[in-house]
Ligand binder design. Structure first.
Ligand SMILES: [Zn+2]
Length: 421
């Protein structure tokens, strides 16, 4: 049994509400007790951390990434350093799952990993277009060629059986019509997408969809999707799309930072994050370079302000908006972990969120919508995935980057060893 951990004299944002000064006791990787006052250490071996002027928040959950495996651990390792204790992968090579899960489970310096496994792809469809735009290596082309090419309901039944076999955490659909892009991928039929959603639901699985156009979003909302993994940027929102969200109760995971990279309008902000000393210390030179470049796959009618406007209106209508960065290894304009902070700040600066609402989107709400029942809040019995920041991010969301400690299941990420030294 590892020794207990007591964090006291801190402001706590528990995922839903603020405790102005409280204590959290952790035992065996779980939150044992949360108090609005002081707690006593249960025994002499308890590690006690007293941090007035600091705020403890739940580990951030990035609801949209695409992992890869590298020696430097720039995916799960980098995410954790940035306080992202869980990443939710939204399309992955099946052959990578065992290693990614092994790191998530056994390496205290890797974030936890959830995944859709392989997305529901068709030949010539999304995301082959974006992947081969950046990487035309033989190896990548061969991988893309081996993805499912779903044609009918029987294919979908087999596809979902395979995902259950992979222990996928949810099902990912690809519904990219190219309306806002400079590429025109093959769009799966509505009948096929309906089958994917229906069969996922029949098997108790959540189904979420990629769409970046207003029409694509309407299509999947009307088919009964549980959530979108982007908002759209090809045109301003309409009452029709807000109503479709309301009718389906789907959530929106807007990925505003990634859309800014898609249209290239986000470049300046990406650069300022890349050069922020609080961030750059955790990025390697390739990571910094990628962050300073843009995907640039949008056509000339797409604007990131339409995406901001859509999120403002969805939030005002009461739709659940959750945090996701769409960070991906080969993609440009994002960085694992860091882009989650950029996204939180963007929800506040562009979409009318209070800092508290943004933090909810990145903790309790994303956990609820992606059915991660054991995390996302600082309450008794949940995983002790915790982030300590200096200052008050409920007043200024930028303080989420003033990281002073990150724990996954009660284990301190080694980047923060000096906290207890
Ligand atoms: Zn994605």
């Amino acid at each position: 049994m590892s020794s207990a951990l007591l964090i006291k004299d801190v402001r706590i944002f528990d995922g839903e509400n603020e405790i102005p000064s409280g204590s959290v006791l952790v035992e065996d990787g779980l939150i044992k007790e949360v108090s609005k006052g002081a707690l006593e250490a249960p025994n002499a071996s308890t590690v006690v951390i007293s941090k007035p002027g600091h705020t403890l928040i739940p580990g951030i959950i990035d609801g949209h990434i695409h992992a890869h495996i590298d020696e430097e651990n720039t995916v799960l390792g980098q995410a954790l350093k940035f306080g992202v204790t869980t990443v939710c992968d939204m399309h992955q090579e099946v052959e990578n799952l065992a290693e990614l899960r092994n790191r998530a489970l056994n390496d205290p310096n890797s974030a936890d990993f959830k995944t859709a496994s392989q997305g529901a792809t068709v030949l010539g469809g999304w995301p082959a277009a974006v992947i081969t735009a950046h990487d035309k290596s033989e190896e990548t082309l061969a991988k893309v060629a081996a993805w499912p090419d779903l044609k009918n309901r029987a294919d979908v039944e087999a596809f979902i059986r395979d995902r259950i076999e992979d222990k996928a955490d949810y099902i990912k659909l690809m519904h990219e019509d190219g309306n806002g892009l400079s590429v025109k991928p093959t769009l799966p039929s509505l009948e096929l997408q309906k089958d994917v959603i229906e069969i996922a639901h029949r098997n108790g699985l959540l189904a979420v969809a990629h769409a970046t156009s207003l029409q694509g979003t309407l299509d999947v909302l009307r088919l009964g999707i549980d959530g979108l993994t982007h908002t759209f940027c090809d045109q301003p929102p309409t009452q029709e799309v807000i109503d479709a969200y309301l009718a389906s109760n789907a959530h929106c995971n807007p990925t505003l930072v990634a859309l800014g990279s898609l249209t290239t309008e986000g470049q300046q902000e990406q650069e300022s994050y890349a050069h922020d000393p609080r961030a750059s210390k955790f990025l390697n030179s390739q990571g910094k370079q990628n962050l300073c470049r843009c995907m640039a796959l949008a056509n000339d009618k797409s604007r990131v302000k339409y995406a901001y406007q859509s999120v403002r209106e969805l939030k005002a209508a009461g739709i659940d908006v959750i945090l996701g960065s769409d960070s991906a290894g080969p993609a440009l304009g994002t960085a694992f972990g860091l882009s989650a902070h950029h996204e939180l700040a963007t929800l506040v600066s562009k979409c009318g969120f209070t800092p508290e609402e943004a933090l909810r989107a990145g903790t309790s709400l994303v956990a609820k919508r992606l059915r991660l029942k054991d995390r996302g809040r600082i309450v008794e019995g949940l995983r002790a995935d915790l982030v300590l920041v200096e200052g008050n991010p409920l007043e200024d969301i930028d303080h989420t980057l003033d990281l002073r400690g990150v724990w996954k299941q009660g284990m301190l990420c080694s980047a923060y060893d000096s906290l207890v030294a």
